[in-house]
Write a protein that binds this ligand. Structure first.
Ligand SMILES: N[C@@H](CCC(=O)N[C@@H](CSC=O)C(=O)NCC(=O)O)C(=O)O
Length: 296
């Protein structure tokens, strides 16, 4: 395909282009912008296949990353670009939380599962987090609208890894009118009952645990019922976080059964929690979102 296409931002775009790299039949871009939800600068990566660079509407996947990640982890390590190029799919990877930068002081915590790099994709209600930690609003309102106005997007599916898998399931089922498809890789399935989530939700929502269920993927699925014709979840059978009880995959399975939500849950023998696992199954997830987008 001719690669002389040049995607242009709108005249008053709030986005600043940070980098462009040719990759297969498409381009890997990075952008930053000032977010009204987090009150900080935010960065995201976006892979644009040549169809999108030529201005044709393409299906998109929003990929939410896990604890300690930023946009780089999936962009550099998941190897999704070739399959997205083949199918003509856009993939967007936002940062996982607001972060401190010059002129922007954001709360933090010495635990890697609380604070900067660990948002849980919820809107915090307690000080000091509530000012900046509004990642649910950032993803489903601000970034969602920005992406649709600045890029040729036909429809958006949502996926993610680990705490990002929690985010994909949670936001996919809380806001089904926004997403045409959902999948997850090694997701935290019941964040309100995992040690990571208990620590973070005490900070973000306070000690009243009844407030935590609205930030729990399995409880949300059970509450709202079937929303998608099928969802795809892959889980490494040799994942240390599964063994430690952080992921609780069986709770997702039970919730989907109660909700009558069709679920394809695959335990992958020998696979751990790392991006080597993600590389091994990411093509199936891209194809899942592509198929669902064709039906939308
Ligand atoms: N012990 C590690 C924990 C961090 C970690 O494993 N992060 C995972 C996600 S875990 C759940 O959300 C991850 O995706 N890491 C990035 C990567 O590139 O592998 C630590 O202390 O850092």
């Amino acid at each position: 395909m001719n690669h002389s296409y040049n995607h242009s931002l709108s005249a008053n775009s709030p986005l600043t282009k940070k980098s462009v790299n040719r990759c297969f039949d498409g381009e890997q871009h990075y952008y930053s912008h000032q977010s009204t939800s987090t009150k900080t600068p935010m960065t995201f990566s976006i892979y644009l296949p040549d169809e999108a660079l030529a201005g044709r509407l393409c299906p998109a996947i929003l990929y939410l990353s896990g604890l300690t990640c930023n946009a780089d982890n999936v962009t550099h390590k998941a190897h999704f670009q070739q399959k997205c190029s083949e199918l003509g799919m856009i993939l967007i990877a936002p940062d996982t939380s607001p972060r401190s930068s010059e002129g922007h002081d954001v709360p933090n915590d010495e635990r890697y599962f609380v604070g900067q790099g660990a948002s849980y994709y919820v809107d915090a209600t307690q000080a000091p987090w509530a000012d900046n930690f509004n990642m649910q609003s950032y993803i489903v309102d601000e970034l969602y609208d920005l992406l649709r106005s600045e890029f040729p997007i036909h429809s958006i599916g949502i996926t993610g890894h680990s705490m990002g898998g929690h985010g994909a399931l949670l936001l996919g089922f809380k806001f089904p009118s926004k997403f045409v498809s959902v999948s997850a890789l090694s997701p935290v399935c019941a964040a309100s009952e995992s040690a990571w989530g208990e620590a973070a939700y005490t900070e973000y929502f306070g000690k009243d645990e009844s407030l935590w269920s609205q930030a729990d993927a399995s409880k949300t699925i059970e509450k709202v019922g079937q929303q998608y014709s099928s969802i795809l979840v892959d889980q490494g059978a040799a994942d240390n976080f599964l063994a430690e009880g952080q992921l609780q995959t069986s709770k997702l399975q039970q919730a989907c059964e109660k909700a009558k939500q069709p679920l394809t849950l695959r335990y992958q023998a020998g696979h751990d929690h790392s991006y080597y696992f993600i590389q091994s199954v990411i093509n199936d997830h891209i194809e899942h979102h592509w198929r669902m987008a064709q039906l939308s």
